[in-house]
Design a binder for this molecule. Structure first.
Ligand SMILES: [Zn+2]
Ligand SMILES: [Zn+2]
Length: 362
């Protein structure tokens, strides 16, 4: 297919998620009747931890063991971001604010266009130079390697709102938003995760390169570039670089991604499938540069635009379309309007359709 074209042929209307069940103890899952001895030692150890929670988790009703190191990291990075906004944001020069916006956009694209739409869903094809650009952008966002992020995301789509979903929104807003990163993953995430094929990414040279040098790449793209580049190019205060362009920008990007897992799984319209939790949420759409059409996305995961509204409130789709005109992106998969209408009539929440139409056309 020629560069810049949009493919409407091979996209399934909905994904079929009927992987074989794996048994685990009833105390750790709704699936009962397990043969624990068939599981890996790592998963057996995890099940043991879930069955013997520490006193703090038991006392306060937590379902999972807390990873305290991750809690400390989260607290420190948020304190740095808040301190940066209060003390150093007023001191930032205007070139630094332009840099902030551009670097924020790059960081977001590394998640939305990169690890989400390209590597996790393979919803379009990209030339090697654009793959490398997306990989670098992805390092700015520092949200785990492409391979790990994609594995979690594919498991999330396959087992949405179950114990196997890494950020199961049925466990509440905070867990789905960021709490899941501060706790041990539920054993089901690993058990059911084995049903998810990751061979394509294991053989992906760009994703494998990133995994091999991940910490060094993140150190450069997440921290050193936003601190040193403004200092060297226009004499910005190093403290502004550290607290505003690194710490605050990094935390802001994290929350915009996390909102997709939390807010867009709890609040919004369901015009395409009223039987699932993922929802179309306009606020999340703006915050995450186009990932808030989440009812559409879970219904049609392979659509490169994650929406039937094309570039409407969808900066990521605008950028991908622009890259397609330059020949860097091609074979963008898109669901036909006929298929969308058919699924919407069959599964959609009708009351949400009017709302979504109104919002998208205004
Ligand atoms: Zn989701
Ligand atoms: Zn997705």
């Amino acid at each position: 297919m020629a560069p810049g074209s949009i493919s409407k042929a091979p996209v399934p209307e909905t994904e079929s998620f009927d992987a074989p069940a794996v048994k685990v103890p009833s105390s750790t899952s709704s699936d009962a009747d397990a043969d624990v001895s068939t599981l890996s030692p790592r998963v057996q150890a995890l099940i043991h931890q879930f069955e013997h929670l520490p006193w703090f988790e038991r006392t306060f009703g937590f379902k999972s063991p807390i990873v305290w190191f991750n809690v400390y990291i989260a607290v420190v990075e948020h304190l740095l971001a808040v301190y940066g906004v209060i003390v150093y944001a007023p001191k930032a020069t205007w070139p630094s604010w332009i840099f902030y916006l551009v670097y924020y956009l790059f960081s977001e694209l590394g998640v939305t266009a990169g690890v989400h739409r390209y590597w996790s869903h393979k919803s379009y094809k990209a030339t090697l130079p654009f793959q490398i650009i997306l990989m670098c952008f992805n390092c700015i966002s520092m949200q785990n390697t492409i391979i790990e992020w994609s594995r979690d995301h594919r498991v999330h789509h396959k087992y949405t709102e179950t114990d196997a979903d890494p950020h199961n929104a049925l466990r509440g807003f905070f867990f789905a938003h960021m709490g899941w990163l501060m706790m041990k993953k539920h054993p089901q995430v690993f058990i059911k995760g084995k049903n998810v094929d990751m061979s394509d990414l294991r053989n992906d040279p760009v994703a494998s390169f990133q995994e091999r040098y991940y910490l060094r790449l993140c150190l450069v793209f997440t921290m050193l570039v936003p601190i040193l580049l403004p200092y060297l190019c226009w004499g910005e205060d190093l403290m502004v670089g550290f607290f505003v362009l690194f710490a605050f920008r990094y935390v802001a990007t994290l929350h915009s991604t996390w909102l997709v897992n939390s807010a867009a799984h709890l609040w919004g319209g369901k015009p395409y499938d009223g039987h699932i939790n993922p929802s179309d949420n306009m606020f999340v759409c703006v915050a995450s540069i186009g990932e808030g059409w989440h009812n559409y996305h879970h219904t049609f995961p392979y659509d490169y635009a994650t929406s039937e509204w094309g570039p409407s409130i969808n900066m990521t789709t605008i950028i991908l379309d622009l890259m397609a005109t330059l020949g860097l992106v091609y074979e963008r998969k898109q669901v036909s309007q006929e298929a969308i209408n058919r699924v919407r009539r069959r599964l959609g929440d009708i009351s949400s359709v009017a709302t979504t139409n109104m919002l998208a056309t205004n």
